[in-house]
Design a protein around this ligand. Structure first.
Ligand code: SF4
Length: 358
């Protein structure tokens, strides 16, 4: 069961409550290069990203929000602010839809209050992003290192700071590059408040390692009903983050967009067709296929002896013979196909299925 959380809204998107779990990413262009940043925001939007965060290192760069909005960007945009409260105020004025800060590195309380007041007046939520590098000195002394307990206490005390200013439109994230620490810290926070939670493993590494770490951490929490928005942070093109985030939600049955869930066998000594290349070709062909919100399960199995039965839950699929394969629907074999045509036929069947169910 999903943890009950209060909801916040940013632009057309909601986080928490009954809103679907959203996928976010962050641009890595030079923010001052507005045209390049726009190009990347568009690429993320085309990939199905729900929310885009943009680093705002200087007050000048805050104008990027005005530029993007004037260019027709509809995706909610988050300003990522460190240290200088004035940059946060500039981002609010320039049209950001949410501010991400860590109150601890903004400085004196009155500066944090200025940001909270500006966000309240403009109806913007604030995400408090806590990570291993941002834990306050007193908590490091108390716990000895940025442990899960230290991170959780830091996030809750930063939220209290904003609550002290009458501000509660808050999203919390508790990140670490250590998967278990991130999971334990987020669970601790989840049990002590009802703020919506943004999940992610930070500094997770390049695509392969990073996806595994994020899916382990984010997935463990989502399986327990915890989490309202996710970012799979990777040392890679941000578009890859969106792909991974959407896939993760899809395999957990949490995607609001549907999609194709491919189940394929690992192959074994019974496999007599080039199943790995057939699977790769099929995946390549469906990459840009829109299923119109429908969830479809497609099976790619190595042998007709076990395949159709093992993949009975699939809507349809193929199973290999010797030099040929069969197409089956809900476990029932209905067509024999030449080996070379299997990927093509499976793709055709997918398109037919999408059209038929429209
Ligand atoms: Fe082997 Fe057939 Fe199972 Fe694939 S489906 S792993 S080929 S037994």
């Amino acid at each position: 069961m999903r943890r009950k959380s209060r909801k916040v809204t940013l632009g057309s998107i909601g986080i928490g409550g009954d809103f679907p779990v959203s996928v976010q990413s962050m641009t890595n262009t030079d923010t001052l290069d507005f045209a390049k940043t726009l190009e990347q925001v568009r690429a993320l939007e085309n990939e199905g990203c729900d929310i885009v965060r943009i680093a705002v290192p200087t007050s000048d760069s805050a104008s990027v929000f005005t530029y993007l909005k004037n260019s027709g960007v509809k995706l909610p945009l988050v300003a990522d602010i460190h240290f200088d409260y004035k940059i946060a105020l500039a981002a609010v004025s320039a049209g950001a839809d949410k501010i991400r800060i860590n109150p601890g590195n903004i400085g004196e309380k009155w500066k944090v209050k200025e940001v909270a007041d500006a966000c309240r007046n403009s109806g913007l939520p604030i995400r408090i992003g806590v990570n291993s590098g941002s834990v306050e000195k007193k908590l490091l002394e108390k716990y000895g290192s940025p442990t899960a307990e230290a991170l959780a206490e830091s996030a809750l005390s930063e939220a209290e700071t904003l609550e002290g200013f009458g501000f509660s439109d808050i999203v919390l994230s508790i990140k670490s590059s250590d998967v278990m620490t991130m999971v334990e810290a987020t669970k601790a926070v989840a049990s002590k408040c009802d703020y919506p939670l943004h999940l992610g493993v930070t500094e997770a590494g390049p695509a392969y390692d990073g996806i595994i770490k994020n899916c382990a951490g984010i997935g463990a929490l989502l399986c327990g009903g915890i989490g309202d928005t996710v970012r799979v942070s990777l040392t890679a093109d941000p578009v890859e983050e969106v792909r991974a985030g959407k896939k993760l939600l899809a395999v957990l049955g949490l995607s609001k967009r549907g999609g194709i869930n491919v189940i394929s066998c690992p192959t074994c000594g019974r496999t007599k067709i080039p199943l790995i290349s057939i699977s790769e070709e099929y995946r390549d062909r469906i990459k840009d296929l829109d299923t119109n919100g429908k969830s479809i399960t497609v099976a790619i199995m190595g042998c007709a002896v076990n395949g159709p039965g093992e993949a009975r839950e699939a809507d349809f699929g193929i199973a290999g013979g010797n030099g040929f394969g069969v197409l089956f629907r809900h476990g029932v074999i209905c067509e024999k196909i030449e080996e070379d045509c299997l990927a093509d036929r499976l793709f055709e069947e997918t398109v037919r299925y999408v059209k038929e169910s429209d």
